[in-house]
Design a protein around this ligand. Structure first.
Ligand SMILES: Cc1cc2nc3c(=O)[nH]c(=O)nc-3n(C[C@H](O)[C@H](O)[C@H](O)COP(=O)(O)O)c2cc1C
Length: 97
């Protein structure tokens, strides 16, 4: 029996995404982790570690993030509408770039 080995050259080739050039075509989709610090749904060091651990794989879409309190769909999801939340997100950005 012959087995066909998929060609992975395309997967690992760079691609343009708007103004960005991605190293490969691997994308991590948004995954709800509900790990923000309570109260006030503030992105934290645990989240920064989570994104840092995965950053080398490829392009990451962060978890669903409420842009105002009424936009929150699940408990403990991080927001991005208060100063503390914005500062918290900077930790994930810094850890994964
Ligand atoms: C805001 C948001 C949060 C999500 N959270 C999860 C999650 O916690 N777990 C999960 O399996 N998929 C989650 N998804 C769906 C995944 O991001 C992804 O789209 C899906 O797993 C891909 O499935 P598919 O390959 O069948 O399209 C989320 C999607 C969005 C938009």
């Amino acid at each position: 029996m012959t087995q066909t080995i998929p060609d992975t050259k395309t997967l690992f080739s760079s691609v343009a995404l708007g103004p960005y050039t991605l190293n490969n075509r691997i994308v991590m989709p948004p995954l709800t982790r509900s790990r923000s610090t309570q109260p006030d749904n503030i992105p934290n060091d645990l989240m920064a570690s989570y994104y840092a651990q995965r950053a080398s794989a490829g392009f990451m879409v962060t978890e669903g993030t409420q842009i105002e309190p009424r936009g929150q769909g699940y408990a403990w999801t991080p927001g991005i509408h208060s100063s503390a939340q914005i500062e918290g997100w900077k930790k994930s950005h810094a850890s994964s770039t």
